[in-house]
Ligand binder design. Structure first.
Ligand SMILES: Nc1ncnc2c1ncn2[C@@H]1O[C@H](COP(=O)(O)OP(=O)(O)O)[C@@H](O)[C@H]1O
Ligand SMILES: [Mg+2]
Length: 509
């Protein structure tokens, strides 16, 4: 079935999330919808799926104008959607989840479990993966849960299948498997819309590419387009994609973590007796699928976790037991994963956010009195240096875009005297063009002799920055490998397998 979107316009108040978007997707092709965070990709697909009503434009299937009142109509017309955040019920089995929502189509009103089980086996057999129809979804690894989403979408006989950023939570191997499934579906004649912001994935499976920026289609490209071409289309200007760096020159000292354990508020052990070191002048990257204890580890370092045992020593000083303020004053620079919650005070100005964790002392304070002029000059300097797009230092930080908020946090943390720099997902939500800038600053920080920890779920980022890589899985460190360890090795480690063979493992002392 051919999908055609004509002039789709969707507004949220004054914001035009989709601005006269045209898109044609043919049966038997994988059509990549590429764009930065916030470009309007999900909005467009939600319009297609009947979740939003567009102000203008039309949806055509095989030339027929459609009028979807809701997802039920879209499904009935043959459109399936695999969401980024799974819409599965963890306490139900695979087959039960596949049954859900079928009242409108396919299986009829009654829960016919046997038919659902048979369907699960049929799809699994067709694509050559294993899945037990009677397993509880909550017990399955993330990659398998995604297969359940796919099986569910296929159970409605979808002719057009939309994957909205499906790889964000997958290991590289799970991603490869997914790509295999998409190719097979394409070869069977399904029209596939694959939404992503990762150039590597586009490169791998796209037959055609449509790039959208700020709600508009800005270009169409063949699968042969280079990464640089695609990146500059996405961002709207030329982009450099690689970080230049010399071999690290690590020195003694730095951060020494021993037998660190963190227990969360649900009494779960979320960081399980881990030990590692980060020396001045090196970057230790912490890789892993999101939710394997990385967040809690960085929060333990900065003092945000309460139930912590073991030891975290910075240049010989024990941090466990100190308050967040004491730890910051020790010279720990911290970029939190969620800057909206921990990194910034949205109602404060950009300038005030740039000195958020300095409450006294030179050069900004005389006694407890803030020297406004000095702060203003400093803020203007940082705004220029970090290319923070703001109307000025007095604008409330909450009104900046996500990427610019991140730059405020980075500018603040990197303009203090640091004994260690800990950055969690430093480029999440930042446009491709600014990633290189942030990476450069991180390497400069390393080269200035600061130990650096970068937590990232993006393997490209890990490989670009790391001198050594620790992979976390279920609260533990699976292994620590050199920064140039192959992607496949890291992928296996992300699924919990100990490294062997080609990547010599360093056993933490
Ligand atoms: N329900 C909503 N209400 C208001 N604004 C929204 C809503 N959904 C998305 N937006 C805004 O629309 C723009 C496009 O968002 P989205 O389609 O989610 O982008 P993408 O999927 O490309 O990252 C963003 O600026 C986003 O903040
Ligand atoms: Mg989206």
């Amino acid at each position: 079935m051919t999908l055609e979107l004509r002039g789709i316009t969707k507004r949220f108040g004054a914001l035009v999330a989709n601005d006269h978007i045209d898109l044609v997707v043919e049966p038997g092709e994988i059509h990549c919808l590429l764009g930065e965070n916030g470009a309007g990709k999900s909005t467009l697909m939600n319009v297609l799926y009947g979740l939003y009503t567009a102000e203008e434009g039309e949806i055509l299937l095989d030339g027929q104008v459609q009028d979807f009142a809701g997802p039920g109509d879209a499904m009935a017309a043959g459109i399936g959607m695999v969401h980024q955040h799974f819409m599965l019920i963890p306490v139900f089995t695979v087959a039960e989840n596949v049954m859900l929502g079928h009242e409108a189509t396919g299986f009829g009103g009654v829960l016919d479990l046997d038919r659902a089980r048979a369907h699960v086996r049929e799809v699994a057999g067709r694509f050559g993966f294993q899945i037990d129809p009677d397993a509880l979804v909550g017990d399955l690894p993330v990659g398998a849960q995604q297969r359940v989403e796919i099986i569910k979408a296929l159970s409605r006989d979808a002719k057009i299948l939309v994957f909205d950023e499906p790889t964000a939570v997958l290991t590289p191997q799970e991603t490869d498997e997914l790509m295999g499934i998409m190719r097979q579906l394409r070869d069977e004649g399904t029209a596939i819309v694959f939404i992503t912001h990762k150039l590597r994935e586009v490169r791998e499976v796209a037959d055609r590419i449509t790039v959208i920026r700020l709600g508009k289609v800005v270009g169409e490209a063949e699968a042969t387009a280079s990464n640089a071409e695609l990146a500059s289309l996405m961002v709207g200007r030329a982009v450099e994609l690689t970080v230049q760096k010399q071999a690290p020159q690590p020195r003694d000292g730095g951060l020494v973590v021993r037998d660190l354990r963190v227990i969360d508020e649900r009494d779960q052990i979320v960081v399980n007796d881990i030990s590692f070191e980060v020396r001045p002048g090196e970057v230790l990257a912490i890789a892993g699928v999101q939710g394997n204890g990385q967040t809690e580890l960085t929060e333990a370092i900065i003092g945000l976790q309460r139930r912590v045992s073991g030891s975290i020593q910075l240049d010989g000083t024990e941090l466990v037991g100190m308050t967040v303020k004491q730890i910051i004053d020790e010279g720990v620079g911290f970029v939190p994963e969620d800057r909206k919650v921990e990194g910034l005070v949205g109602e404060f100005s950009v300038a005030d956010n740039l000195i958020l964790n300095r409450s006294s002392g030179a050069p900004f304070f005389t006694g407890a009195t803030l020297r406004r002029g000095v702060l203003r000059e400093f803020a203007e300097e940082k705004i220029a240096e970090f290319d923070i797009r703001t109307q000025g230092p007095d604008l409330a930080a909450g009104r900046l875009s996500g990427g610019n908020q991140q730059k405020v946090v980075l500018a603040r943390e990197l303009s203090r005297d640091l004994k260690i720099f800990v950055a969690s997902q430093p480029t999440r939500g930042i446009d491709v063009g600014s990633i290189e800038f942030v990476h450069k600053r991180i390497i400069e920080t390393r080269d200035a002799g600061v130990p650096v920890i970068v937590v990232s779920t993006e393997l490209d980022e890990v490989s670009a920055l790391a001198d050594r890589i620790a992979v976390m899985y279920r609260g533990g460190i699976v292994g620590i490998v050199p920064g140039d360890a192959p992607r496949e090795v890291l992928g296996l480690m992300m699924a919990g397998e100990k490294p062997s063979g080609h990547a010599a493992q360093e056993v933490p002392a």
